[in-house]
Every structure is written in C-alpha cells, then in structure tokens.
Design a protein around this ligand. Sequence first.
Ligand SMILES: *Cc1c(COP(=O)(O)O)cnc(C)c1O
Length: 525
Amino acid sequence: MNDLLDRANDMGANRYIDTRGAICEPVAFTQAVIDGLAPGGGLFVPQEIPHLPLEEIVSLAELPYPARAAAIYRAFNIDITDDRIDQLMDISYGDNFDTPEVCPIVSLDGDMHMLELWHGPTSAFKDMALQCLPNFFGESASKLRSEGALDEEFCILVATSGDTGKAALEGFKGVEGVSVGVLYPDGGVSDIQRKQMVTTTGDNVHVWAMRGNFDDCQTMVKRIFADDAYAEELAHAGYALSSANSINWGRLLPQIVYYISGYAELVKSGAVAAGDPIDVCVPTGNFGNILAAWYAKQIGVPIEMLMCASNENRVLTDFINTGTYDISSRDFVLTPSPSMDILVSSNLERQLFELTGRDGEAISGWMADLNRDRAFKVDKETFARMRNAFRSDSITNEECLAAIKRVFDEQGYLMDPHTAVACCVAENLKGQNPVLIASTAHWAKFGDNVYRALHGLRPGEALPEEVACLTGCQLNELIAEETGKQDIPAGLAGLDSMEPRFTEVLEADKQATEAAVSAFVSEQR
Ligand SMILES: *Cc1c(COP(=O)(O)O)cnc(C)c1O
C-alpha cells in the first residue's frame, strides 16, 4: 500500500539533467531512455546518485542476479513500479544467459578476479546492457503512449563494427512497438560476427551489409538522423527514428549493477573482507563500462582505484596521464581488440561532468574545443580529481597476444584479446588491493587472434593456409581441440549450419539506404 502511495505519481521519482546544462526541465527516467541524447547534444545523468550502506551491498549476494539488479534500479528511484521492475529484470537476466549466476567471477593467481560479462546470447559484454535496455525502452514507450505523450512506433538504426549490432538485434527482437535495423561494413566484420547478425530470427529485425568501412556506416546513420524530410516521411508511416548507442542512460544503469554485485560476490566467496578495498580494471573504448564502475563507487562499493586499460588507440591513457584529450594528429589503429578501437570516447563527457562537480558550462566549452580543434584540456582541479580516481596504461598488439598465451600456459585460463588488454594493464598497475577485471568477451568471438596468440604469430600476420581456409566456427573447434577448452557457446558453435536471412548489400548512398529502411518499416505494419 505504501508503495502504491509512494509511486502513485512520478513526482517523487529521480529526474534527469544533462551534461551541458541545456535543458530547463529535468525529465523522468522513461523519457531519458526514449530520448537517448538530451536536446542540445548533452548526455542525461540522474539528479541524485543513491548511496547504499555496506551491509546492503554485501547482502545482495544472497539474492539471485535479477533481484540484485532490481534492488539497484529501485535505489535509483526510476519511474516504473517495483513489481514491474522485478518482472523486467527476470526477463532481462533469465535463461537468455547460459548460467544463473549471469556474470560469474573466476579467480586467477595474484589476487586477480575475472568478472565474466559474456554469458549472454551474443557472448560479449554488451548483452549485459542490451538484454535490459530494450525492455525498459518498450516499457517506457508504452508508458508514454498510455499518457498520450507518444503515438508513433520506433525504428532503431544501429551502425556496427561487430559486437553492438548483434547485441542490439538480440535485445530488441520481439519488443513491442520497436523495429531494429543494423548496418555493418561489407567484408569488414569477422565471419563469426557476420553470421551472428545475418542469421538473427524475429520479425522486427533487419540487417544490411554496406559497401564501405565502419565509418561509412556510422556516417550514413548520422546523415539519416539529420534528414528532416526523411523523418517526416517516416512519421507519416507512424515511425520515429531512435538509436541504442552507449550514451543512453538506460545502457549505463545495467552496467552499474554488476560492479556492485561483483563486490558482494567477492565478499561472499571470502576473496575480500567486507569493507576492504578493491581496484577495478576495465578494457575501455567508449568509457561506458568504466564509468559504470565509477558510479558503483559513488554508490558505496569500496573501490579504490579505477584502472583504464587501452590498446594502441591510447587517447584515453594519454588523457588520464596528461589532462589533454588530443586527436588532432592521431591515427586510428587496427588492433586485435576492435571494440576498443576508438578516437572519440563518447561517455567521457559524463565522467567529466561528474569530476567538475557537474559544471555544464565547462563541459560545453570542452566539447566545443574538441569539435573545433580536435582537442581540449581540462583545468588543474579536474585533472587532480581524475588522477585521484583513475590510473591508465596502454598495451601494444604484441603484448596483448603474449598475455593470452602466458595466462593460458601458466593458469589454463583462455582470454579474448579485449580481456587480455585489461589483464596486462592490471598486472602493470597492481598495488596491494585485489583487482576485479572486466572480462568483456568469450575467446571464441575472436578466434583468429586467439589462434595467433597461442601459436606465437604476430598481430596481423597471415594465418597458415590450412587455417586461413576454415570458417570461424571450424577455427574455434580447432582451438577448442588444441586447448581442451570445449566451452564454445551454443550461439557461436551452430552458426555454420544456420541459413542466412539477410543477404542484401547496400551502396553507401543515403537515398538507397533510406528506401531500404522505409521498405523494412512498411513491412512491419
Ligand atoms: C564495447 C566493448 C568494449 C569497450 O567498452 P566501453 O564501454 O565502450 O568502454 C570492450 N570489450 C568488448 C568486447 C566490447 O564489445
């Protein structure tokens, strides 16, 4: 009854402001999820960050994972009823994951603890957020619809370099009132990644290959989003465009959960005494995952140091070590960890907003500098706060592959290249505290580089002929045989025998792409 009264209207719920101080009226969680980006280009953050006492954090280990997540969502006081949160969490973290633990911890030598975030349907950590966000998106849309604040359906357009596309397809498939279309670069993703996408089932999904590289795909999506005439045309068909990228607060919140849950697990297993500090090491690209760890610390998890692990695209390492973010003369490098190959790290804006004590004016200025000069420099005080919270290091492609081999040879644990970057950085920066390492993909998603690592081949070196001719699945079977690691996830192991559903290749042409999107949404009716 109390609960009903508390939530009889949303007036008591936490509201969302933006990082550039552009919106006048803070919005509800459901609105922030639907909008994604704030008007004015800033990112949404909650007005209030909850604080949980240590006992409450530790006692989460007694609950199943969906209930832990529901407890954190309730602490954030979102404008969805408690019962409904419970239901959505049960759907988000049920048997779509291959273990009821959802993200188990595997402890390695030297007080290093792997938080395995890849037990979801696509075998990469993006499932942790993208199995959850779509349920909140659907819920938010139907809430706004029932309030008469919305009458269209959504078409989510995603450009992908590999991992995000499949995770978005799996997350949004079957969600009421939403259709999802993915563009990937033709020839620019691995055999496994392509097959994962083009075999996706479900009526509300579509996948297109596009001639060009990832940047061409991303530019195309941006151009379509900026085309007002096209938006009007879609509106006539009853659709609005939306995106599911990692700047959506609805993708960040599910990521905070696993750091809180992870600490509770470490206490439960006896690896850490309640209240003792840990460090967290995260393989970083868009800064979403590590930012979630920073929020977990604000909520009360005894995290001392956040370690930001970069590959050869080391813009974040240089930024954390110097206070200057500079991409004016930086080349984009291809690495064995492609999901961390970035120049502009979009969630960093949220981190800076928090580190400046929520100074929207400062953020607007730096983002304008970045736009104009391809660089910005933070003030002394912000730099000092950043140095207080973060350490960072970057790893070469050679070091990454060497780490995969070393940890396998010495400890029998097989890592993917993204996890290997974090593992290496954790070794370099480790102090007294136990380190929780975010393990972000199953090794079988990146079989070619795992093979190179295990056989002492150089990064980018051609595979031997008899290996190069294998499909991604066959290569994984070979690695499984050689290593005894027979845990290839079902979603990856069966790809060769599945019929491709989507074979269309689009030219990187706006009209052609818009026509393809229109044809897709008109089939949805
Ligand atoms: C997306 C991704 C990352 C980077 O995460 P961010 O939140 O963008 O920093 C790391 N590893 C894998 C496997 C990923 O897919």
